[in-house]
Every structure is written in structure tokens, then in C-alpha cells.
Design a binder for this molecule. Sequence first.
Ligand SMILES: [Zn+2]
Length: 116
Amino acid sequence: MHEASIAYELLNIAVNECSKNGYSKIDTIKVVVGRATGVMTDALLFAFNVLKEDTVAKNATLIIEELPVRGVCKECGKEFESNENYIIFECPHCGSFSVDLISGKELNIIEMEVSQ
Ligand SMILES: [Zn+2]
């Protein structure tokens, strides 16, 4: 459900950009999704493919690039990275739960290919 509303949002932005710039067709949309967003990329792709049908993006391919979670520990100061598909707020070095997230919450369109 979460993914459906995100797909809707992304599609909206892409379609608006496309028409604003006078293009009539979207070929590809590339997005980055941080793993700390909790977004399931399969579900996002599925929702996108359903929602795109009645839009100028109906032939568009959604390319999803996943970004790892990066954090820094407030206790020991070390940085760490996780490729797990969930948020790890525990420092792998000292076990502290006092951790700041550096990246992993991104959810943006970074590239779009359009045509007339
Ligand atoms: Zn630590």
C-alpha cells in the first residue's frame, strides 16, 4: 500500500515534468531508493506498472537503484554500512543503539528519458 502511493507520487512528478517541458512520452524513469525507507522495490515496480497505464509513461521502464543504509555511531564515532533490507540502528562495532543515519532514506527521481 505504501509502495502504491509512492509509485503514484513518482509517476505524478515524472508526468508533470514531461508535459511541462513539452514532451509527450516517457521512456525511462530512474529512481534511487534508500534501504532505510523500507520500500519493497518489487512492490514499487508492480504498482508503477499498474498505475502508468493511462499516462504518458505507459511504455516507461522504471529503473530502481537501491542505496545502502549508512550510519554513524554516536558512541564510538565509527561509520558503518548495511545492505540489509531493513533499518539497523545498532552499531556493529560497539553495539550501541545511539546511531545517526547518514544515508538510506533517499527516494528521488534522478534521471528521466523522454521523447516527443
Ligand atoms: Zn559504535
